[in-house]
Write a protein that binds this ligand. Structure first.
Ligand SMILES: O=C(O)CCC(=O)C(=O)O
Ligand SMILES: [Fe+2]
Length: 290
């Protein structure tokens, strides 16, 4: 597995235009404005987007990396419920925990990124981590995720792929599209549909049944930075149409730097779980199903 980049090894200005977006200058008015806008968007829609955040040259490098690793993609054809838990026959049919949806999508897991990966340099950058934390406006610190597979993967969707409604194991995910689908591949989400103390199964069941109450759509453009709270916001990616695959970098953040995806979740999404996933399964982050 590649080791982390040290701060001095990350030329942030090659990835982000720091004249336009001075996220490294903690006292700058421009940074304060970006953070303020992000916090407003987050409060209004449970998600924020900064257009044109990553330089086009860096997006091209991300795209080349994902294309180069395309054959190493793990493809899942498994059906799953939104929580990535096993079926529970003690629950009534129609319960969202018993609603399994077909998935066809792939991941280039974080542990196989290239030695000089742009995506990994972005992820290892403390300046970016600090900026994202400020944008979230939470007092509780965020960390990079311990999960060796899910911490910073590329999501891969071929034409015909779709990623049905689900919650993530980690709290927050940044997404940066490296290559967009010709059509479809739209990110849909229901902001903050659940809280640590309230699963809100009724609303989840409504959306799984095709209901649109509270559903937002976001058509991401390559280079945009989006941040969403995937542990609390039900989300999906609609079917990819046309000739091109959709590639998206997914730097993932957590409040608890020890915990990982549960083994069942990891196996469903990445095709395997490591010994560490098994050892850390019992660590509770909150009271949610998963
Ligand atoms: O591809 C996306 O836009 C989101 C992917 C996602 O939800 C996930 O990887 O859990
Ligand atoms: Fe997700």
């Amino acid at each position: 597995m590649p080791t982390a980049f040290a701060a001095a090894e990350i030329e942030l200005d090659e990835l982000i235009d720091l004249d336009e977006l001075p996220i490294h200058e903690l006292t700058s008015a421009a940074r304060a404005q970006l953070v303020g806008e992000a916090q407003t968007q987050m409060a209004a829609a449970g998600c924020f987007r900064i257009s044109g955040f990553i330089r086009p040259e860096a997006v091209e490098l991300m795209c080349a990396e994902a294309l180069g690793l395309h054959d190493a993609t793990f493809w899942s054809q498994l059906a799953h419920n939104p929580y990535f838990t096993d079926d529970d026959v003690s629950l009534p049919p129609g319960d969202p925990r018993r609603t399994f949806q077909h998935r066809h999508s792939g991941f280039i897991s974080a542990d196989i990124l290239t030695t000089n990966s742009v995506l990994r340099r972005l992820y290892d950058c403390d300046v970016l981590l600090h900026f994202i934390w400020d944008c979230l406006g939470t007092l509780k610190p965020i960390y990079r995720w311990a999960d060796p597979l899910g911490r910073n993967p590329y999501g891969v969707m071929n034409p015909g792929s779709e990623f049905p409604w689900h919650f993530d194991g980690n709290e927050f995910t940044v997404s940066v599209v490296a290559q967009r689908a010709d059509a479809g591949g739209i990110f849909e989400y229901v902001p903050n549909i659940r809280r640590p103390d309230a699963e809100n199964f009724e609303h989840v069941a409504h959306v799984l049944g095709g209901g649109r109450d509270g559903v937002h759509q976001l058509d991401l453009v390559p280079g945009d930075l989006q941040l969403f709270a995937g542990r609390y916001s039900l989300h999906r990616v609609t079917r990819v149409e046309g000739a091109n695959a959709r590639y998206i970098g997914l730097p993932s953040y957590v409040h608890d730097p020890y915990r990982m995806n549960r083994p069942y979740h990891s196996t469903t999404v990445y095709g395997r779980a490591t010994d560490l996933h098994v050892q850390r399964e019992r660590t509770l982050v909150d009271g949610l199903v998963d």
